[in-house]
Design a protein around this ligand. Structure first.
Ligand SMILES: Cc1ncc(COP(=O)(O)O)c(C=O)c1O
Length: 360
C-alpha cells in the first residue's frame, strides 16, 4: 500500500476556508437574525429591506480568536484533504492511494488497535440494561463487566447521563486519587481533581482563571505544543517565551527562564505562571529530577503557578530516563499547597487514562 504521510501544518484558522464558510453560511444566518430581531425591535420591521452586509465576517470576529494559531490544522492539512477528495473522485490520480494524517497524535490512524477494555466498559456504563442480558457474557470480557458494575455502583441512580458533579463523578475521582497516590507515594485528595473532556479544556480553564488582561504573562517553552500560545491569545494574555536548548537535549535552564521573566517584568508584564511540558511535545525530552527541583524552587521563589503538562507521562522511550511527576518532586522537597501552586494536566487521549487535571 502506498501512502502519503503529511506532517504538521500551519495556521489554526485557514483564512480562505474561513472566508468560504462564513460567506456560504452568512445569508442563512442573516435571515434568521433579521427575522428574530425584527419581532423584538420593531413591529413594523417586516417591511424592512434585508441589509447587504453579513452579520458575521472574518473582520468582525473576536480579534482574540483571529490571533490564535494552532499549527496542527492548517494549510498542509487542507492540501491533504483536497488530495483525499481527488483520490476518492478519481482513483489512481496520484502516485499514492491513501493519506495518513500525522498532524494529530491519533495512534489509531497509524494502525494501533484501540484498547478494548476501555471501550467495553464505556459501552456497558452507557447502556447498562445490556449488563443483565445473557449474550453480554459472550460479547464482553468478564473484567469489563465487573468494572462497569463497580463504576455504576458509584454513580447516583446507577446511570451515566448528560450531567454529573461539576468536578466529575466522585467515585471516579476517588479511583484516580488512589492511582496518583500509588504513583507518587504521597496522599492525593479527590476534591483536588477535576475531570474534563480533554486536557485542552483544562488548560483553557486555567488560562481563564489566571489571565486578567494583556498585562498578565504566561511563561511558555519554545518549541511548544500550540495549545498554549492559542489559549493565551484567546484569553487576551501575553506569551512570555523561554527557549529550550537543543544542544543539551532540549534542556530547560532556569537561568533562561529567569532571564525571560525579568525581561517581561521590565516591560510591565505580571508573569503569573510557568508552563512546563514534561515529557516534552514536540521535543520528547524528559526532565531530570534535579532539574524539576530547580523549577519548583524557582516557581516558589517567584510566586508563579506551575502548570505541569504531564499528558505524556507514559510515553518515555529511552530506558535511562524516568518520568517524575511535579507533585511527587514538590512533595519530596517538603512543599505543600501553601508553598507552591501546582496544577498538573493528564489525558486519556494518549491511550491510557481519563482526562483530568488536578491541583495541589
Ligand atoms: C503536550 C500536550 N498537551 C495537551 C494536549 C491535549 O490533550 P487532550 O487531547 O487531552 O486535549 C496534547 C495533545 O496532543 C499535547 O501534546
Amino acid at each position: 500500500m502506498r501512502r502519503f504521510v503529511i506532517g504538521r501544518g500551519r495556521n489554526f484558522l485557514n483564512r480562505s476556508h474561513q472566508q468560504n464558510l462564513l460567506s456560504s453560511s452568512s445569508s442563512h444566518c442573516q435571515s434568521r437574525f433579521l427575522s428574530s430581531t425584527s419581532v423584538i425591535d420593531s413591529p413594523s420591521s417586516s417591511s424592512m429591506a434585508p441589509t447587504s452586509s453579513p452579520a458575521i465576517t472574518v473582520d468582525s470576529l473576536n480579534p482574540k480568536v483571529l490571533k490564535c494559531e494552532y499549527a496542527v490544522r492548517g494549510e498542509i492539512v487542507s492540501i491533504a484533504q483536497r488530495l483525499q477528495q481527488e483520490l476518492q473522485t478519481n482513483p489512481g490520480s496520484h502516485s499514492f492511494d491513501e493519506i495518513l494524517y500525522c498532524n494529530i497524535g491519533n495512534p489509531q490512524s497509524l494502525g494501533q488497535q484501540p484498547i478494548t477494555f476501555f471501550r467495553e466498559v464505556l459501552a456497558l456504563c452507557d447502556h447498562p440494561s445490556i449488563l443483565d442480558r445473557s449474550e453480554t457474557q459472550g460479547l464482553f470480557s468478564a473484567d469489563s463487566i465487573e468494572r462497569a458494575w463497580q463504576i455504576l455502583d458509584q454513580i447516583p441512580g446507577r446511570a451515566t447521563g448528560a450531567y454529573s458533579h461539576s468536578q466529575g463523578i466522585k467515585g471516579l475521582r476517588d479511583t484516580i486519587a488512589a492511582g496518583i497516590e500509588a504513583r507518587d507515594g504521597f496522599p492525593a485528595d479527590p476534591n483536588d481533581i477535576f475531570l474534563t473532556d480533554g486536557a485542552s479544556p483544562a488548560v483553557h480553564m486555567m488560562m481563564q482563571l489566571l489571565i486578567r488582561s494583556e498585562n498578565d504573562g504566561i511563561l511558555c517553552p519554545i518549541p511548544q505544543y500550540p495549545l498554549y500560545s492559542a489559549s493565551i491569545a484567546l484569553h487576551g494574555g501575553t506569551l512570555v517565551p523561554y527557549y529550550l536548548d537543543e544542544a543539551t537535549g532540549w534542556g530547560l535552564e532556569t537561568s533562561e527562564v529567569k532571564k525571560q521573566l525579568e525581561a517581561a517584568k521590565a516591560k510591565g508584564i505580571t508573569v503569573r505562571a510557568l508552563v512546563v511540558i514534561n515529557p516534552g511535545n514536540p521535543t520528547g525530552q524528559v526532565l531530570a529530577e534535579e532539574n524539576q527541583r530547580a523549577i519548583v524552587d524557582f516557581c516558589k521563589k517567584e510566586g508563579l503557578v506551575l502548570l505541569a503538562d504531564e499528558v505524556y507521562q507514559e510515553n518515555v522511550y529511552v530506558p535511562e530516563k524516568k518520568f517524575h511527576s511535579f507533585k511527587k518532586v514538590s512533595r519530596s522537597m517538603g512543599y505543600g499547597e501553601k508553598d507552591i501552586s501546582l496544577v498538573s494536566f493528564q489525558s486519556v487521549s494518549k491511550g491510557r487514562y481519563f482526562h483530568f487535571f488536578s491541583k495541589w
